[in-house]
Design a binder for this molecule. Structure first.
Ligand code: Z16
Length: 791
């Protein structure tokens, strides 16, 4: 029945929505037809969710995020609607392979990394839980750049996810707002009125996000920037065609591209325009919806909770005050208090270079009224807390972290350690002033995508043992714990992993023409390339291991495949050197006839959500080796543990909590702690001392300097060797020796496949707490005061 209905719907959409004759339809057409057929099943629960929220006057949650790294959506929707088998049958019936059809969907990369992916997991969990929520962001025409390698170096090209028709977005041109910029603040009837001199239109596109079992659906609303006036007809008629289109082009620029920075931050005017554009459009939409239901703006905090994902939407503070005071006539201090009771802020990093600052000059120019309001908020804060240590404006810069903090009801960090460090470092003074404001919400990941869909072999094995309750109650995985001692279960678990590895090896052969041995240990480091994440520590260890294998080619080595994946911000020169080094080392090692059966290094380009879904289920070792104190949480670390990869890691971010939960015996710990890191930096010549004390490290660095990986050019990787042996801010040299020790411990442990599998099973069984459902419930209870609505 379900199958028959789905078949009819696919055929109907292929014919009448796409205008294609089945005889001539391509994979792309079948994919779109299936997407439309699935999408229409989402519409009823979507409407029902909206009606239930309106009907019960429930509190709504708004998640404002510059990034939503959603990846592909079709499989998610098919899985959550329980249509996998039906879709498989229907597609086969049309002579199509469902897997190929699903793989045809472009990966929507409207984000850089963890922060954007977290927002996407949160949307899915909000729908699974049935919490009334909207995600608000920007509909970038081009998401994160596409990465390729030329001679081992990163090349960037634009990504075009909208080139083919987008199956998920409902355009809502009727929902649009005029967003102003620049101009001046006039006075009318003694009241300030901002009169912008420029404006663009923010036009909405809605994507329904369906939760597990289709019980609830929320909306992701993304804003597209359009010109207020279509084009300048006068100029066009005068034959000035390019000039006539200029205004349009400049308006559209605002939603043209995602900024490819992660954690570092570039002070670009366009970036501030993007931030204000989507924040202002979202707030206007939120206030419009609120006004349609309630007549007193004082009620806002009871009915609305707004979450600022990092400081990118921090202008929401002054903008909401402007709406409440300038537009609705609320007294200024009450407006500040009302806005503040509505807003909350999540911090995702302690890296000083990542904390946004805008020059007063730029702010006054682009958003003159907001600049005045920021000064007013600063005074409000100073009066409330006469200790004048913290000011929102310093050395001519507006500090967006401090502004977000002061304007938030709750401020949260994303792991226990990160939250503690927030209190002790960047927000020390503000924390002293508002001791109850900072709370922790350790990140999580959605098990629907990261276990159920991505790893069907393991999911089926789990389902055979404990049924399906774990899918929206992940702590049920604890019921697998006793099976760690069951040899038949362990064998089945190992077989599932082995089959995932074989499948990945086949993919590498097909797409990258490299042969991987599926019996070797699959060791994976996938994340943005950054000095603090220390991919260079990992590659140094690979070089040292290669040298040691060459010394003793008949040794009893544990075969390993090191897999790297990740993009560097285009302007981050050092990170790009690390990529070049990894690829250069891979070339030499993989061509070595003596060592390559023991050690290979592969680096598939263009790591994205889709590739993560292939790599994580096949991984056995998860590299989480950041300098302690620098990785706010990490979320890849959770996906790996859930899928039975053991972690080699430092006491950083959520690694700390992973280790506590899976057990210290099932985790390979190494390296300095966050406080030891701070102390070590004070040691004179710490890197030189570490190198002098470890001949392996010295020799690995010498090998690079000898030009082994650069056709004899000893200068090519000087920036890296100089850094690691000199200033070495991220303590690569100081942590190398212990990383080597832990890596050899991993080798030994891997040889005992029984005990390795036991540890892997325990990692899966004890990772249930890392579901983003748990995280979202934490936000609902501790931050938003929101409840799930019975659908
Ligand atoms: C980002 O992905 C993160 C922090 C940040 O300041 C900017 C971006 Cl684009 C990451 C953190 O590095 C990571 O530790 C954390 O797990 C993730 O945000 C989600 O909280």
């Amino acid at each position: 029945m379900q199958t028959q209905d789905l078949r009819d719907a696919v055929l109907r959409h292929l014919t009448y929505s796409l205008g294609k004759d089945p005889a001539h339809a391509q994979t792309n057409d079948w994919r779109l037809a299936l997407s439309f057929a699935v999408r229409e099943r989402i519409v009823d629960p979507w409407f029902a969710s909206t009606r239930a929220t309106y009907g019960g006057k429930h509190k709504r949650v708004y998640y404002l995020s510059m990034e939503f790294l959603i990846g592909r959506l079709l499989e998610d929707a098919v899985v959550n609607l329980g249509l996998m088998d039906a879709a498989d049958e229907v597609m086969s019936g049309f002579g199509q392979n469902l897997h190929n059809v699903l793989s045809d969907e472009p990966d929507a990369a409207l984000g850089n990394g963890g922060l954007g992916r977290l927002a996407a997991c949160f949307l899915e969990s909000l729908s699974t839980i049935g919490c009334p929520a909207y995600g608000y962001g920007i509909r970038y025409e081009h998401g994160l750049f596409k990465q390729s390698f030329r001679d081992g170096r990163q090349m960037e090209s634009p990504e075009d996810w909208l080139l083919r028709r987008n199956a998920w977005g409902f355009p809502r041109p009727e929902a649009s707002f005029r967003i102003g910029f620049n101009g001046r603040v006039a006075e009318r009837d003694g009241k300030p009125v901002w009169e912008p001199s420029e404006a663009v239109l923010a036009s909405a596109h809605d994507t329904p996000i369906i939760g597990w079992q289709g019980r609830w659906a929320n909306t992701l609303r993304l804003w597209e920037a359009k010109p207020v006036d279509i084009f300048d007809l006068d100029r066009f008629n005068r034959g000035e065609f390019a000039a006539a289109a200029e205004a349009e082009a400049s308006a559209r620029t605002i939603s043209r591209v995602l900024y490819p920075d992660d954690t570092t931050y570039q002070g670009k005017r366009l970036r501030l325009q993007q931030e204000y554009f989507f924040t202002a459009a979202s707030l206007r939409d939120i206030v419009r919806r609120f006004d349609s239901e309630y007549d007193d703006p004082a009620w806002l905090p009871q009915k609305v909770a707004i979450q600022l994902n990092d400081t990118h939407p921090a202008i929401a503070g002054p903008e909401l005050v402007r709406i409440l005071h300038d537009e609705k006539g609320m007294e200024i201090d009450r407006a500040i208090e009302t806005a503040r009771a509505t807003l909350n802020y999540t911090n995702h990093t302690l890296l000083p270079e990542a904390l946004e600052k805008w020059s007063e000059e730029l702010m006054s120019d682009l958003l003159p009224r907001h600049m005045t309001l920021i000064q007013r908020i600063d005074e409000h804060h100073a009066q409330e807390k006469p200790n004048r240590k913290v000011r929102l404006i310093e050395n001519g810069d507006v500090k967006m972290g401090e502004l977000s903090f002061v304007m938030a009801n709750r401020v949260n960090g994303v792991s226990a350690l990160h939250t503690e460090l927030m209190k002790q470092t960047v927000f020390e003074d503000l924390h002293a002033q508002y001791p109850d404001k900072i709370v922790n919400q350790t990140n999580g990941v959605t098990p629907r995508r990261w276990l159920l869909s991505a790893n069907p072999r393991l999911s089926n094995l789990i389902a055979g043992e404990i049924g399906m309750d774990w899918v929206d109650d992940l702590e049920q995985l604890a019921r697998l714990e006793p099976l760690a001692e069951d040899s038949a279960f362990r064998k089945a678990y190992r077989d599932a992993k082995r089959a995932n590895k074989a499948e990945l090896s086949q993919w590498f052969r097909d797409t990258h023409d490299v042969a991987l041995d599926p019996d070797a240990m699959f060791d994976v480091q996938i994340k943005r390339i950054h000095e603090y994440k220390r991919q260079h520590l990992n590659i140094l260890e690979a070089i040292a291991l290669w040298q040691e294998i060459r010394d003793n080619p008949n040794g009893d080595w544990t075969p390993r495949v090191k897999i790297f994946g990740g993009k560097a911000a285009p302007g981050y020169v050092f990170a790009k050197e690390i990529i070049y080094l990894i690829n250069s080392v891979a070339k030499v090692l993989n061509a070595d006839p003596v060592t390559s059966k023991f050690l290979k290094v592969v680096y598939p380009p263009n790591y994205n959500v889709t590739l993560a879904e292939k790599l994580i289920p096949a991984a056995e070792l998860s590299q989480q080796i950041s300098t302690a104190g620098k990785e706010a949480s990490g979320t890849g670390n959770m996906k790996f543990a859930l899928n039975g990869a053991l972690t080699i890691g430092t006491l950083d971010g959520a690694n700390v909590e992973i280790r506590e939960l899976v057990g210290a015996d099932n985790f390979f710990l190494f390296g300095m702690t966050a406080s030891e890191v701070v102390e070590r930096r004070k040691v004179h010549e710490h890197a030189a001392k570490a190198i002098a004390a470890d001949p392996r490290l010295a020799r690995a660095l010498d090998e690079i300097r000898a030009g082994t990986f650069s056709d004899g050019d000893g200068e090519r990787f000087r920036s890296i060797t100089d850094n690691v042996s000199g200033h070495d801010y991220f303590l690569v040299s100081s942590d190398f020796t212990d990383f080597w020790r832990a890596s050899r411990e991993v080798d030994r442990a891997y040889r005992d496949s029984t005990s390795w599998t036991r540890m892997a099973v325990l990692n899966t069984a004890r990772s249930g707490w890392f579901s983003s459902d748990r995280t979202i419930r934490g936000y609902m209870g501790d931050i938003w005061g929101a409840s799930a609505v019975p659908a």
